[in-house]
Design a protein around this ligand. Structure first.
Ligand SMILES: [Fe+2]
Length: 306
């Protein structure tokens, strides 16, 4: 995913590729007419092009094992339970039906057990993911991958439980975003993007109102789009003002969003996403957290990016 400067688009009639924001969401789709007004708008945004990255930025010396998708190491029965429970839980959050915290804790227990059992056998980070509609699988996958990074960071048992739960709940605020905006297949306009970003504060408020859990867990819903280097949202926090759970969730959230199929885009292969994260996002992450993430994603030490 290559950063695009608006000047590069001058002279073209329409976009020849999708323009993505930093989360990998399509902001302007291929075919969008490049009017002077649009060019002006783009000049204020940080955008990336989707298509050309592979040829121009892919470093052929950087090879990762597992280019071909390997079977998930999450047991099929566990994945089935997790998806069923997550669907029910998200539907309740959407309807405003009361949810018991234990229901979420039960799911995160399954996730922790599955990840712990898989840790010694991972050839590809994607083996910790399950595949289903993004809305449901994303919560589970971000929790699984965060748990794995937490284990590599040697967090203690209590911290792992908190992290898995925090990551599982990180996007709960999206259930409070109007469906027509959340599921819009095309670009979000400025107003809609602003509304989408509110899923952070809405999620935090939802958790605080519904569950009695330590603030450090609830904060992940609020802070998972904050960047360690600053300039994230909603509050532009920096460094250690962002707790460790949010820092971890931020890294794996970006990975899962980019590799996943969405209604409006095909997922990008995992090894390319890793390359994107190294070239484009590395400086935005806590180094220690990102190194552990890479440890999970890049198995042969000789193939690790420096
Ligand atoms: Fe989010």
């Amino acid at each position: 995913m290559e950063r695009i400067l608006p000047l590069e688009l001058v002279g073209y009639k329409e976009l020849e590729y999708d323009l993505l924001d930093e989360s990998g969401d399509v902001v302007f789709p291929q075919g969008e007419k490049l009017t002077p007004n649009l060019l002006m708008k783009l000049s204020y945004m940080k955008l990336y092009k989707h298509e050309r990255f592979q040829r121009e930025h892919f470093n052929p010396d950087f090879t990762l094992p597992g280019h071909e998708p390997l079977a998930s190491l999450i047991a099929e029965s566990s994945a089935g339970h997790l998806l069923g429970d997550t669907r029910e839980f998200l539907q309740k959050a959407y309807d405003g039906t009361p949810i018991k915290l234990e229901e979420c804790v039960k799911s995160t227990k399954i996730i922790i057990d599955e990840v712990a059992a898989a840790m010694g056998n991972i050839e590809s980070i994607d083996q910790l993911r399950i595949y289903d509609e993004y809305t449901y699988s994303h919560n589970i996958n971000v929790s699984s991958l965060s748990t794995a990074v937490g284990m590599l960071l040697k967090l203690n048992e209590k911290e792992i439980k908190e992290l898995a739960l925090a990551a599982f709940l990180h996007d709960i605020g999206k259930m409070k975003i109007p469906r027509e905006i959340l599921n819009k297949p095309g670009k979000h306009d400025d107003r809609e993007r602003e509304i989408m970003r509110r899923h952070t504060s809405l999620g935090y408020r939802y958790i605080k109102e519904n569950f009695e859990i330590p603030d450090r867990i609830a904060r992940v819903a609020l802070d998972h789009h904050e960047k360690f280097a600053g300039k994230g949202y909603p509050n532009g926090l920096q460094g250690k003002l962002i707790n460790k759970y949010s820092q971890i969730t931020n890294v794996v959230d970006i990975y899962d969003a980019l590799v996943s199929d969405r209604v409006y885009k095909k997922g990008i292969p995992g090894h390319r996403v890793i390359q994107i994260m190294i070239t484009d996002f590395k400086k935005e992450f806590n180094r220690e957290v990102f190194e552990k993430f890479l440890e999970l994603a890049v198995h042969d030490p000789e193939e690790k990016a420096s």
